[in-house]
Design a binder for this molecule. Sequence first.
Ligand SMILES: Nc1ncnc2c1ncn2[C@@H]1O[C@H](COP(=O)(O)OP(=O)(O)O)[C@@H](O)[C@H]1O
Ligand SMILES: [Mg+2]
Length: 316
Amino acid sequence: MSVSLFDKKFLFFGGKGGVGKTTMAAATAVRAADLNFRTLLVSTDPAHSVSDSLDQQIGGETYVEVKNVTNLWAIELDTEDAMRTYSDMVTQQDPSGTISEFLGGDDPSALSPPGADETVAFIQLLEYIQNPEYDIVVFDTAPTGHTLKLLQLPEMTQSWLYRLIKMRRRLGGMMTGFKTLFGGSSTPSEQEAFDKLEELRDQVEIARVHLSNAKETEFVAITIPNIMAIWETERLIRALFEVAFPISQIYINQVQPENPECTYCRARYASQQENLQTIKELYSDFDLLEVPLFEYEIRGIDRLRELSHLLYNKTN
Ligand SMILES: Nc1ncnc2c1ncn2[C@@H]1O[C@H](COP(=O)(O)OP(=O)(O)O)[C@@H](O)[C@H]1O
Ligand SMILES: [Mg+2]
């Protein structure tokens, strides 16, 4: 491999469901921690399986110190819970309902940015992106569609926030005018709400800058050598290019080892080799890493560590 993942700060693992995202993310996080980097493993997949993979309870409340690995913490983000906090936040920012009335009357969705639950997940990501306590943050992401929406968000959220702020400014001026006329003044809570919006806009901008910087961020696409997975990988990679997200690595997981004794394995091996050839031709300028299909499920720290040695020992 020409790119060392451990020189980066933010590592995203993504791909189709069941290809091995959680397994690769967890093994990479174990390796980073074993290399003495303070590492945080964050799951943004609503179908959390980090607990299952590490074989210990993680949960979404706080960062949990992972047992049997020094330097590793993990968290499974609870998007639904965050959604509630988020709608509370929006209500707080618009206590009098002025903005929502202006934007869409009684329709509360006018206040929601596009892709509200991804936005929530993204706002949560900001916290991890800006947390200086960790050297490396590994993201175990949701299957392709969900993740793409998440990564397209900085731009979408930005423009939504700009609109909202502009609106507030205009309304704010109007309101102040009215209030001065009638002997009142802009309330501190309104000013606070406005400041919060501006702060959020700035944070989103910072995140966008970090996430599009190839020195800091890397997306690892996980795929398996079958045609449907290859198509999905192609869609994922194109979409990542569009949002200028750095991607140069593809792990091809569950590669059938050659086994002439077994008819079934031989047939699978032959068809996979053909697909591997296609992958190599399509992605000649990527770093490709083939990961064999293990005889057993890769679960628990010992097995993840074993996998991590196979993935990274030779280069790191
Ligand atoms: N190379 C492999 N060999 C054997 N089992 C694997 C391999 N990679 C992943 N698995 C197993 O496949 C299942 C799905 O992997 P997982 O990482 O949860 O996928 P995803 O997060 O993409 O849905 C898990 O039970 C995992 O242990
Ligand atoms: Mg998973």
